[in-house]
Design a binder for this molecule. Structure first.
Ligand code: PLP
Length: 387
């Protein structure tokens, strides 16, 4: 199969050394080599989470990490305030209701970020502290919206609810300060900004998070964070881990720190700005509201008269460029272009030029090459910065 340029928001293009790492021989997952490997992964993830607390690795996708968080942190019937801003936030709420929690939704219009004032007002009204948990999404992949987590942290203030954050498609791509923001459990996954194949979830748990987990009584077995902690202390995972993914993660985390978090943040930010500059010049409306833009995925309205599926098919079949479509009620209405993964500025440039060509051919005259040049101008900053 020809190599495709993946601009879907995960799984993403992985660097060759990351993929190569997976061809190493198997080791005893209860032996000293695996203990050293898992210790490097957990230690290397802490600064990315912004925590000095614990990080555990689960053999699951991101959803498993989120289920682990919910099922390990609460007791039957407890009330949680869910703050979804799209499909993935709603899925987190669904996990909570599946476990019998009493889920209240703080509604936000699609395309917007959670309003910190609305969250603060709801929590102020909860004088009796009936709300035991708050469920947040750092980056909502379905709408290209990123919440202002510092502002949400301030809005929560001293409310004692256990705060669980889905940062599956956010962590690593922009600054995240779990400890400073008083988040209790934060979940991410291997196949997003860390640019590793899918297969591992990383869950960070702070000291207050562990206190809550110790008191929680919901049933959990495979995804029980208490077991994950117990085995992490032995340099193991409770169940057979995805050893090859652990090899890849180890290399990817080392590459992340070698590039440096600040450069990684700048790279995602520039790629996202380049795509938005292209969209503005090509008269494609951005779905996320100003101030709520994600750095890992840009969602754009499909121009009137065009079909998302045809745009994506032409890009894939003729240019090996793969964009994401819309999910749920946004299916057919938006296309999404991600910035995560081992993508060079030239890759992004090629992606935008191909996108311009396809849009033009399918009748969107505004997608001139000038639009691609607008994206290119932002990308050129990358080259200047790299010098
Ligand atoms: N949360 C967010 C924000 C996501 O983007 C995704 C996947 O795209 C998930 C959760 C679910 O993760 P997974 O598909 O790894 O289970």
């Amino acid at each position: 199969m020809a190599k495709q340029l993946l601009f879907i928001p995960g799984p993403v293009t992985c660097a060759s050394p990351v993929l190569d790492a997976m061809s190493q021989p198997m080791i005893d997952h209860r032996g000293p080599e695996f203990a050293a490997l898992v210790a490097r992964i957990e230690g290397g993830m802490k600064p990315i989470f912004g925590t000095s607390g614990d990080v555990v690795v689960l053999g699951s996708s991101g959803t498993g990490g989120l289920e682990a968080a919910v099922s390990s942190a609460f007791s039957p019937g407890q009330k949680v305030l869910s703050c979804p801003v799209g499909v993935f936030g709603k899925r987190l709420a669904k996990i909570a209701s599946t476990y019998g929690l009493d889920v209240e939704m703080l509604e936000t219009p699609l395309g917007s970020a959670v309003d910190p004032d609305a969250l603060a007002a709801r929590l102020r009204a909860d004088a009796g502290h009936a709300i035991a948990g708050i469920l947040l999404t750092h980056n909502e992949t379905s709408t290209g919206v990123q919440n202002d987590m510092a502002a949400l942290s301030a809005a929560i203030g001293t409310h004692p609810a256990t705060v669980i954050v889905d940062s599956v498609s956010g962590l690593g791509a922009s600054a995240f300060e779990m400890d400073a923001w008083n988040f209790d459990i934060v979940v991410t996954a291997s196949q997003k900004a860390l640019a590793v194949p899918p297969g591992a979830a990383m869950v960070a748990i702070g000291s207050r998070g562990w206190e809550r987990v110790a008191r929680a009584t919901l049933p959990a077995f495979y995804l029980d964070l208490r077991k994950a902690r117990e085995f992490s202390e032995l340099g193991q995972t409770p169940w057979t881990p995805p050893v090859s993914i652990a090899y890849a993660l180890d290399v990817a985390i080392a590459r992340y720190h070698a590039e440096g978090a600040v450069r990684v943040y700048a790279r995602h930010d520039r790629y996202a700005r380049a795509i938005r500059a292209f969209a503005a010049a090509a008269d494609l409306r951005i779905f996320s509201q100003p101030g709520a833009h994600s750095v890992t995925v840009v969602a754009m309205h499909v121009p009137a008269g065009l079909e998302a599926s045809k745009i994506r098919a032409a890009l894939r079949d003729r240019f090996d460029v793969v964009l994401g479509g819309g999910q749920a009620e946004l299916k057919g209405k938006i296309v999404r272009m991600g910035t995560m993964g081992d993508l060079t500025p030239e890759d992004v440039r090629y992606g935008l030029e191909s996108f311009a060509t396809v849009l033009r051919e399918q009748g969107h005259a505004a997608a001139t090459s000038a639009a691609a040049i607008a994206g290119r101008a932002v990308l050129d900053e990358t080259l200047v910065a790299a010098r």
